[in-house]
Design a protein around this ligand. Sequence first.
Ligand SMILES: [Zn+2]
Length: 482
Amino acid sequence: MKDFYVTIGLEVHCQLLTQAKMFCRCSTDYIGKEPNTLICPVCTGLPGALPVLNRRVLELAIRTALALRCEILPQVVFHRKNYFYPDLPKGYQISQYDFPIGVRGIVEFVSGGSKKRVRIKRVHVEEDAGKLIHEGPSLPWNSSGVDFNRCGIPLVEIVTEPDLRSPEEARDYLIMLRSIVRYIGASDGNMEEGSLRCDANVSVSRDVETLGTKVEVKNMNSFRSVFRALQYEIDRQKALLEKELPILQETRHWDETRDITVAARGKEEAEDYRYFPDPDLLPFSIEPKDLEEIAKTIPELPLERKERFMVEYELPEGEAGVLVQEKEVADFFEECLKEFHKPRMLCNWMLTEVLKNLNELEINITESKISPSNLAELLKLVDKREISGTIAKGILEEMFKTGGRVKEIIARKGISFITNERELEKIVRETIEKNPQSVADYLSGKEKALHFLIGQVMKVTRGQADPELAKNLLLKELNSGE
Ligand SMILES: [Zn+2]
């Protein structure tokens, strides 16, 4: 069987984190709001209304383009993209055409254990359209409604070159992109709520030199659905090629419930939109000093931070990668480290216990009741072997639920510290005396008997001993008796 060559390019729309819409003062906080309550003559395109650009949109878009290592074009030009759709009251969308904000960028990310890079073709801004509603309690039977609240919300569109080779790479690129837009505060990147939307262009070819027919896949609203839609589409195209059937250039929708892509419509070309410069918004230049100011606001980005964590804290790449994915988690880690300087141990606790508690409570780290210094306080006790890891996990859970301090929970729960090695030695000796059979078993080579003895020590101390210390003391005692 001949090889297949897969080519994927992604177009991502991110909602920019502004309070007001792109060209008017209406609020962007539309989720859960009564339909058509956040609108005005500008965002609904009433005759005579004039758009005024929200400065913040430009700032966030430039920040995005810079973080994606784009060249910033010196002029800002807005175009009208004309098409008819019931949720687009103006009959056109204000977008950018031949003069995007940024071009020729690069995103680096890790996929399948190796470093990949994808070229960014362009980064431009445009306004969002409204929403059609086909079902809901307020709708009369057999009718559809339109909600214009989303009209005019600012989006940044990020288009890659067709550099991705597999659904895994596409997913890993998206994860990195989301991480970057969150780091720079440009977007919350929430896919489920629609503030990050992804369309994919995918083609499969049997010849490495030529691209296959480009099919656009839309309507994917999670990382998982991007992955599965691409997987499905690649298999579908391979099957057609094998049967020597033609692949049509078209737009297909991902049908989440049926797990397939479905043909939607023929793909429009740019000329179908009759782009022309918006006569209401005159072109203007970006001042170099403004550009410099914006560049200064870009923080250390996830990939650089990961590399620094690997060098500075000697963390393995995989762990460092997870730790830096969300800026707030990485910030928490570094804050905690100031009081508890054992990066490896802290990293393990963050990636297992802390993330587990956050997932269970369905909150993010900034919403949690635990502070970096609370966690440091707890880990110091574990590190000094004043409490066991098991006990500490229970205390941490309590801290997440109630926001209590370590010492206070310990006092309230009546947890006694087994600080004294001698005390534990005594318990170990008693355990050995009480279990002669297990001791004999261990001495005749049965490893399992040792676990039983450790279990007995833990039982006597009600789980408060450090199991590692108990094991060492048992071994010392057992081997001295030989
Ligand atoms: Zn408005």
